[in-house]
Design a protein around this ligand. Sequence first.
Ligand code: ADP
Ligand code: MG
Length: 384
Amino acid sequence: MGAQQVRDGFAALYGTEPDGVWAAPGRVNLIGEHTDYNDGFVMPFALPHTATAAVSRREDGVLRLHSADIEGGVAELRVADLAPESDKSWTAYPAGVVWALREAGHPVTGADIHLASTVPAGAGLSSSAALEVVVALALNDLYELGLRGWQLARLCQRAENVYVGAPVGIMDQTASACCEAGHALFLDTRDLSQRQIPFDLAAEGMRLLVVDTQVKHSHSEGEYGKRRAGCEKGAALLGVDALRDVAYDDLDAALARLGDEEEVRRLVRHIVTENHRVERVVSLLSSGDTRAIGPVLVEGHASLRDDFRISCPELDLVVDTAMASGALGARMTGGGFGGSAIVLLEEADVEPVTKAVEKAFATAGFTAPRVFEAVPAAGARRLV
Ligand code: ADP
Ligand code: MG
């Protein structure tokens, strides 16, 4: 969505020009799945798809919210009345950010917000974090709060955890706030230290496809909670703060100590091997061995499918079909039970692999997937 269009939408709605226009992207995660609530490593990059918000400051305690993508008019709230888990609609995301900023002592006295997003919602591409981060960045600028990207990410996570009531990790918000064009973000979710890793596939004749399966299996939220609880149980049984503290070289010993806790053993094995896979991908990309990350992505998928058990027939079909059609690597990305998969492939294979996946979905009787190419784009920024 162009800045001008969102600006015009704001003017038509509120009758004045906005103070500015900001954008924050969705993301895909290259590797490091479900590690972000285990103090582990992740490696997302930003999509060109963004939430774009036109915003003005208000001093009278009123917060007005409008999305071009949602039926219904302007929601009008009072910042002093914002309360966690009081709102089950989309407005909880931006209102939660205002609440989290105020809770942290930042004097946000209201705003008029009009936004529109090109990030597909519920596709595992983090439309929710894009929404939160664009609002946080706009208020940070308008109220001159001076907060850094990682600090905004923390506040947005708090908004989603406490205000919306979704127990998400820190990856999505940090990716949206901190990613840079042409790079993947190597993030240590324990201390939020980051490294921008050059990731320019086109320069090496490769491409990365996102395949949005367009399905979201209904039990996903409950299953997410169970995985989180299982990981916490694993850490407690092993006497560590988080599964991040189990070294890859000590994995066999750790699994042996878990005895007959088969479910927990599988979760622990995924998290420990997944952290190791992130480190392997960082090392391969840093040494220019980009094609060699393909098999690591496939291993990651197998681990999510067999150990963490959060894949589904649609995601497995993308990965199996892509690999059988010559892709370099493929894996599900995001929370699981639907959403999207990524496929790494040679430029020349884009068309045949896309066709093969589409054909396999038609044959299986699945909804046609949405396939698009992802180029690492910029993180959150002011447009106007
Ligand atoms: P994901 O972040 O993977 O896309 P979530 O379930 O975390 O999925 O977030 C999706 C929710 O974010 C939507 O149900 C809606 O409430 C909100 N949302 C996303 N995009 C928009 C938009 N353009 N306008 C209003 N709300 C949106
Ligand atoms: Mg989300």
